[in-house]
Design a protein around this ligand. Structure first.
Ligand code: KIV
Length: 290
């Protein structure tokens, strides 16, 4: 097992090897994605929507971010780990941004942070990088600016806006970003930005020419049957699989087929094991430990 680092990602770009990234919010999913060989895991502030059920990412707090980051860090071994800086954690001042980035690394066990925004964040980014924390940039549809953007709409359309986005991308590279997420922009602009930078770009709805791709894991897994934006491909229909499994569980509970004899305990006390203080039962599954 070779740990994926920021250097691995840069070498992958140089070699023309595509980078795979997925979001993860807990240890169980992190463990599964890590075992499947994913290159990078992002504890995205999308957790505010897919985990917490809010209609935007804006309510996610630093404490919640650190909590989810620590869970993902416990579940993964190989993947490069990135924690999203939540809304309000880096906008007010560079000092506060540095302190919060350090919490994500020190308490959350992440290896890098991601933050949204262009050239206006160059100073904040270089302060965080100088403090020893790698920064992934994020341009295009930046969900924390949903009210400023007037909704979740395609960004970078038209020559002026495309030129502005390219200039922002260059500014982020110059400020010290080691990679850049491009979200929901025209595919040709995604390719142009990717060719203009030496750092890897990771696209979500930004076309096939980015150096890598990221998806929200619940989208790729098809957890929400009514959510089908253009940039999402559902690689499995887990909403159906889960619905069927829960349906079978209910049938078997009602018909008293479950629990069967093999799922129940006898009243006999296993004396030697108890006397030796050995654990007699694994109560809940811990990722990687069964
Ligand atoms: O919060 C998130 O999950 C993200 C990705 C979609 C890039 O920012």
């Amino acid at each position: 097992m070779k740990k994926v680092t920021i250097h691995t990602l840069r070498k992958m770009k140089q070699a023309g090897e595509r980078i795979t990234m997925l979001t993860a919010y807990d240890a169980t999913f992190a463990r599964l994605f890590d075992a499947a060989g994913i290159d990078a895991l992002l504890v995205g502030d999308s957790l505010g929507m897919v985990v917490q059920g809010h209609d935007s990412t804006l309510k996610v707090t630093m404490d919640q971010t650190v909590y989810h980051c620590a869970a993902v860090a416990r579940g993964s071994r190989r993947a490069h780990l990135v924690g999203d800086m939540p809304f309000g954690s880096y906008q007010a001042s560079a000092d506060e941004a540095v302190r919060n980035a350090m919490r994500i690394v020190a308490e959350g066990g992440m290896e890098a942070v991601k933050l949204e925004g262009g050239a206006e964040y160059a100073e904040v980014i270089s302060r965080i990088v100088r403090a020893g924390v790698p920064v992934m940039g994020h341009l295009g549809l930046t969900p924390q600016s949903v009210h400023k953007l007037g909704g979740y709409v395609v960004q970078g359309r038209g020559d002026d806006k495309a030129a502005r986005l390219l200039a922002d991308a260059r500014a982020l590279e110059a400020a010290g970003c080691y990679s850049l997420v491009l979200e929901v922009i025209p595919a040709d602009l995604g390719g142009e930005v990717t060719r203009a930078l030496t750092i890897p770009t990771i696209g979500i709805g930004a076309g096939a020419d980015c150096d890598g791709q990221v998806l929200v894991c619940y989208d790729l897994l098809g957890m929400n049957p009514t959510f089908q934006p253009r940039f999402v491909k559902k690689f499995v229909d887990l909403a159906r699989v889960i619905g069927e499994a829960v349906g079978r569980y209910q049938e078997e509970v009602r018909s008293q087929e479950f629990p069967a004899a093999e799922h129940t305990f006898s009243s006999e006390i296993p004396k030697p094991a108890v006397a030796a203080g050995a654990p007699v039962l694994q109560l809940y599954s811990v990722p990687g430990k069964g």
